[in-house]
Design a protein. Structure first.
Lengths: 526, 339
C-alpha cells in the first residue's frame, strides 16, 4: 500500500492540477476543437486496439497452433519489432511512402506523373503504423497464453465436432482473454500516450493538444489538466476490462497435460501463413532497420565519428536494468497483494498506479520533477546546516528520481503481464500451500513465482526494453553528464538529422534485441 | 638562452598565479560555466570550444527540449547549477524571462554586438543566431516574379500548390505571433484564412516540406532557410530556392536562437563573459558556418552555400513578439482552421 502511495504521487500531482483555475484555454479549446480531439483520440485507440488484437492474436494463433515453412524462425522473429522505438518506425515509413519518397517516386516514373498512393499522413496511416509498433505486446502475451492452455480443451471441442476455426474462436480465445485484454490494453495506453508518431503523421489527439497547450501557449497547468482527461480515458479502459471479465475466473487446473499439437498447413494455406508472418515482420522490423542501416552506412561513408558507445551503452543498460528490477518486484508484490486481498483497496491502488502508462512521458516527468524539487528545497537546507557544506540538489536530477519516473511510467507493463499469469493459478493451490503451513511470503516464493516465471520474465524484458527507448522523461530528469542512447538519438532527430541519428538508433535496436532473444529462448523451453 | 627560459618560466608562473588567484575569487573551484541548451542537436558547438581555449573557462552543457529545460530550471529554483540558458525560438526565451528565470545583463559589448530587435528590450536574453522563415519555391515550376509576400500566398492561384508545416510547430506560431504584432489580430487572421482556403498540404518537418516541394507535391512553401542550406550543401542541384518575402513592405520574418544568464547563476561573471564571446564576430562566424543560420552580429559573414541568396531586409519587429503573442497566435490558428 505504501509503495502504491509513493508511485501514485506523480499521478496525483497531475490530477491535482485540476484544482487550479485554468484561465481561458479550456474555453478556447471547447469552442474550437475539444470534441474533435476527444473523438479523434477515441477513434485512434479503438483502431489500434482492433488492429493489435487481430494482428497480434492472429499471428500468435498461427505460430502456436500450426506448422508451416519458416515457423520456427518466425515464431521468435515476430517479437523483434519490440526493440525498435516507435518514432524510428514512423519516420522510416513516412520517408518511404510519402509523396516525395522513393516508392511513390518510382510509381510516378513507371505510371506517369498522376500516379500516387493514398496519403500516408492520415487516420489509416497512423493506425497501421501503431498496429505494427504495438502488436508485439498482444502477440507475446497471447503466444504464452495459447501455449499454456495445453491441448485438452481444444481436443475436447474437436471431438465434439467443432472445426479448428470454431474451436479457436469458442475455446482458445475466450480462455486466453485475460492475456489478450492485457496486451490490447497496453497497446491502447501506448497509443494514448504517444506523441512522437502522431506528430510525425500530423494526426491530432489529446496528447498532441497537451504539447500544443504546453509549448505553444506556455500554459503547463492547462496542459496537465488535459493530461488528467487522458487519465480518465485510461481509467475507462481499465474499468471496461474489469467489467467485461465480471466474476469469471480464468484459472487452469493442474499441470498442463499434453501440449498443443500444431496442425500442418499445406499449399496456399501454408504460403498464406508464411506470407502473413513475413509481411508483418518486413513492415515492422526489416524495413525500418534496413533504412537505419542505409543511413548509418551513409554516415560512415561521410566520415562521421561514432559517439562513445561503450559508456552510453553501459549507462543505458544500467538504468533500464535497475528499472526493470524495481518494476517487476513491485509488479509481483502488487499483483500478489491484490490476489490475497480480493478486490479491495489494494486492487484499486494497483490499477491507479497502472494508469501512468497512458500519460505522455513528459507529463509524468513533470509529475515526478515537482515533488522531488519540493522535497529538495524542504530537506536540503537543514541538512546543509547540519553538515556545514553546500549540497546543491540531492533528489532533483538524480538517477533515483529518473528511475522513479520510469517505474511510474512502465509499471503497468509489468503489472498487466504478471497479473495475467498469476490469474491462471487456481486459488486451490494457495489454499493447499497455506494449509500445509506456508505463510503468504513463502507461498509466493515456492508456489506462485515458479509458476509465473514466463510472465515475470516477459515483464522484466518488456520494462527493460521500454525504458531503453524512453525519451522525454530521460531528457527532463537525467543527472548531468548522464547521456543515454535515447538522448543521443534525440539530439539528432529533433532537428531531423536522421542520418546522424542512425548509428545510435541501430545500437539501441541491437541492444534491445539481446533481452528479447533471451526471453524467447527462456520461454520456448517446455 | 637561459634568461629567455627563465623569463618564460616566470611568465608561466605568473599565469598560474593569476589563474589561482582568479579561481580563489571565483569561489575556489576551477572556472566553469554550466549551460542548459536546447541547441544540443548541433553537437559540440565549435564556439564553446573556442571560448574555453581563449579563457580557460570550461563550458559544461546539458541538452534538452526548450520546454523541458524551462521546467527543470524553474523547479531547481535558487539551487540550480545552470548559469546560462540557451534556447531556440525567441518565444521560449521570452517565457523564461517572464517566469523570472533570466537575470538582467548590462553589457555594452553585447548590446553593441547584436541589433536591438534581436534582443530583449530589458536585456535578459540576446540572439545568437538568426533564423529567417521565408517562401520556398520549386525552381522548375515557379518564377520568382510570381512571388511577393506571406499575405500573397493566400492568392487563389496557389490553390492546392502550397505546403505548410502544421500550426502546432513553434516556428509557425512565432511567424503568426510577429504578424499579429505587426498587423493586429483581424488582419493576421484573414491572412492565415487565406492560406487555409488554398487547402495547403500539411507536412511536419521543414526538411520534409522542402523535399515535397522538390518532388512536385506542391510548388511553394514556408520554411526556415538553414534547412535548405543543409540540403544544398549535400546536393547542389536540389530544385528549390529561397525567395525573400515582404522585401517591399515589412521585411522577412526572423526568429532567433539565443541565450540569457540565469537569475541564480553561481558563475555570473563567467556566464556574461561567455555570452559576450558568443556574440563577438569571431564566434558568430563559427555559428554561421556550422549550421547555415544567419549570424546575429551583422559584422560576421554568412556561409558560402547560402551567400548566393543575397542580403535581405529583416522584419525589425522585436523578436520578443514571438513570446508575447504566442498564445494568441496558437488560438488564432485554431480559429482560422489552420491545423
Amino acid at each position: 500500500m505504501g509503495i502504491a502511495t509513493v508511485l501514485a504521487v506523480p499521478i496525483a500531482a497531475v490530477v491535482s492540477s485540476l484544482a487550479i483555475p485554468a484561465g481561458d484555454v479550456w474555453l478556447h479549446l471547447w469552442r474550437t476543437q475539444l470534441l474533435e480531439l476527444i473523438g479523434q483520440t477515441l477513434l485512434l485507440v479503438v483502431g489500434v486496439g482492433a488492429g493489435t488484437l487481430v494482428v497480434g492474436g492472429g499471428l500468435a494463433w498461427l505460430v502456436v497452433h500450426h506448422r508451416f515453412p519458416g515457423r520456427a524462425v518466425l515464431e521468435w522473429a515476430l517479437i523483434l519489432p519490440l526493440a525498435v522505438p516507435a518514432y524510428v518506425i514512423g519516420f522510416a515509413f513516412i520517408g518511404l511512402f510519402e509523396y516525395a519518397g522513393p516508392v511513390q517516386g518510382a510509381l510516378r516514373r513507371w505510371l506517369g506523373a498522376g500516379a500516387r498512393l493514398p496519403e500516408i499522413r492520415s487516420y489509416a496511416g497512423v493506425v497501421v503504423m501503431m498496429t505494427l509498433v504495438f502488436y508485439p505486446y498482444v502477440y507475446l502475451l497471447a503466444r504464452v497464453a495459447f501455449r499454456e492452455q495445453g491441448a485438452a480443451a481444444v481436443e475436447t471441442a474437436r471431438t465434439l465436432g467443432r472445426s479448428r476455426g470454431a474451436a479457436f474462436l469458442r475455446i482458445t480465445v475466450p480462455m486466453a482473454r485475460p492475456a489478450l485484454v492485457a496486451g490490447v490494453a497496453l497497446a491502447m495506453m501506448e497509443a494514448l500516450a504517444d506523441f512522437g508518431t502522431v506528430s510525425i503523421f500530423g494526426y491530432r489527439t489529446l496528447t498532441e493538444a497537451i504539447y500544443r497547450v504546453w509549448y505553444g501557449m506556455f500554459d503547463r497547468i492547462a496542459a496537465t489538466q488535459l493530461a488528467s482527461v487522458l487519465l480518465l480515458f485510461a481509467a475507462g479502459l481499465l474499468l471496461l476490462e474489469r467489467h467485461s471479465r465480471g466474476r469469471a475466473r480464468f484459472t487452469q487446473t493442474g499441470r498442463r497435460g499434453p501440449v498443443v499439437e500444431p496442425a500442418r498447413l499445406c499449399g496456399w494455406r501454408a504460403a498464406g501463413a508464411t506470407g502473413a508472418c513475413v509481411g508483418v515482420l518486413a513492415l515492422a522490423f526489416l524495413l525500418p532497420v534496413g533504412q537505419l542501416a542505409w543511413w548509418a552506412a551513409d554516415g560512415i561513408r561521410a566520415g562521421q565519428v561514432a559517439p562513445d558507445f561503450a559508456a552510453l551503452l553501459w549507462r543505458t543498460c544500467a538504468l533500464a536494468g535497475a528499472t526493470a528490477a524495481v518494476a517487476s518486484v513491485l509488479a509481483v508484490l502488487l499483483a500478489y497483494a491484490g490476489r490475497l486481498h480480493g478486490t479491495g483497496t489494494v486492487r484499486v491502488a494497483a490499477q491507479l498506479v497502472s494508469m501512468g502508462y497512458a500519460l505522455p512521458g513528459a507529463v509524468i516527468a513533470v509529475g515526478v520533477l515537482l515533488p522531488l524539487a519540493w522535497a529538495d528545497h524542504a530537506l536540503v537546507p537543514p541538512l546543509e546546516r547540519a553538515l556545514g557544506r553546500p549540497l546543491g540538489l540531492l533528489l532533483t536530477g538524480s538517477a533515483a528520481g529518473l528511475i522513479l519516473a520510469y517505474v511510474v511510467r512502465f509499471l503497468a507493463v509489468g503489472l498487466q503481464t504478471v497479473d495475467a499469469s498469476l490469474g491462471k493459478i487456481p486459488p486451490s493451490l494457495d489454499d493447499a500451500a497455506r494449509m500445509l503451513g506456508a505463510r503468504a511470503g513463502s507461498a509466493l516464493r515456492r508456489v506462485h513465482l515458479p509458476l509465473v516465471r514466463g510472465g515475470l520474465l516477459t515483464a522484466v524484458v518488456l520494462v527493460f526494453v521500454e525504458t531503453m527507448k524512453e525519451m522525454p522523461a530521460t531528457l527532463l530528469l537525467r543527472p548531468f553528464g548522464l547521456n543515454t542512447l535515447a538522448v543521443e538519438i534525440w539530439e539528432r532527430t529533433s532537428e531531423a538529422m536522421w542520418q546522424e541519428a542512425a548509428m545510435p538508433a541501430l545500437t539501441l535496436v541491437g541492444v534491445g534485441l539481446i533481452p528479447v532473444v533471451l526471453l524467447i529462448r527462456l520461454t520456448s523451453r517446455r | 638562452m637561459a634568461t629567455r627560459r627563465a623569463r618564460r618560466g616566470a611568465r608561466i608562473l605568473a599565469a598560474a598565479l593569476g589563474v589561482a588567484v582568479w579561481s580563489l575569487i571565483a569561489g575556489g573551484e576551477a572556472a566553469e560555466v554550466m549551460v542548459y541548451t536546447a541547441r544540443a542537436h548541433y553537437g559540440q558547438e565549435p564556439a564553446m570550444e573556442a571560448f574555453t581555449k581563449k579563457t580557460g573557462i570550461v563550458v559544461r552543457s546539458f541538452g534538452g527540449e526548450s520546454g523541458a529545460l524551462f521546467e527543470r530550471l524553474k523547479a531547481e529554483g535558487d539551487r540550480t547549477p545552470a548559469d546560462v540558458l540557451i534556447s531556440v525560438d525567441a518565444g521560449n526565451l521570452w517565457n523564461a524571462a517572464r517566469a523570472g528565470l533570466l537575470g538582467k545583463v548590462d553589457s555594452p559589448e553585447i548590446q553593441a554586438n547584436v541589433p536591438p530587435h534581436l534582443r530583449d528590450p530589458e536585456n535578459r536574453w540576446v540572439g545568437l543566431t538568426v533564423r529567417a522563415r521565408t517562401i520556398m519555391y520549386n525552381t522548375q515550376k515557379v518564377k520568382p516574379e510570381e512571388l511577393s509576400t506571406y499575405e500573397a500566398l493566400g492568392d487563389p492561384k496557389w490553390k492546392g500548390r502550397l505546403c505548410l508545416r502544421p500550426s502546432t510547430h513553434i516556428y509557425n506560431q512565432s511567424l503568426i505571433a510577429t504578424m499579429i504584432k505587426r498587423h493586429g489580430e483581424a488582419k493576421t487572421e484573414s491572412i492565415v484564412k487565406g492560406w487555409v482556403a488554398n487547402n495547403p498540404t500539411l507536412i511536419n518537418g521543414d526538411t520534409k516540406v522542402l523535399e515535397a516541394v522538390a518532388a512536385g507535391q506542391c510548388d511553394v512553401a514556408l520554411t526556415n532557410t538553414y534547412y535548405l542550406g543543409r540540403i544544398l550543401a549535400k546536393n547542389a542541384t536540389f530544385p528549390v530556392a529561397a525567395f525573400w518575402a515582404n522585401q517591399q513592405t515589412t521585411g522577412t520574418h526572423v526568429n532567433i536562437s539565443g541565450a540569457g544568464v540565469t537569475t541564480h547563476a553561481k558563475n555570473r561573471a563567467a556566464a556574461i563573459k561567455l555570452i559576450e564571446f558568443l556574440t563577438s564576430p569571431e564566434a558568430q562566424q563559427m555559428f554561421a558556418d556550422a549550421n547555415f543560420e544567419y549570424p546575429a552580429n551583422p559584422q560576421a559573414g554568412v556561409n558560402p552555400v547560402i551567400a548566393k541568396w543575397g542580403k535581405f531586409k529583416q522584419d525589425d519587429t522585436n523578436v520578443a513578439a514571438a513570446g508575447e503573442f504566442q498564445a494568441a497566435a496558437t488560438k488564432l490558428a485554431d480559429r482560422a482552421g489552420y491545423k
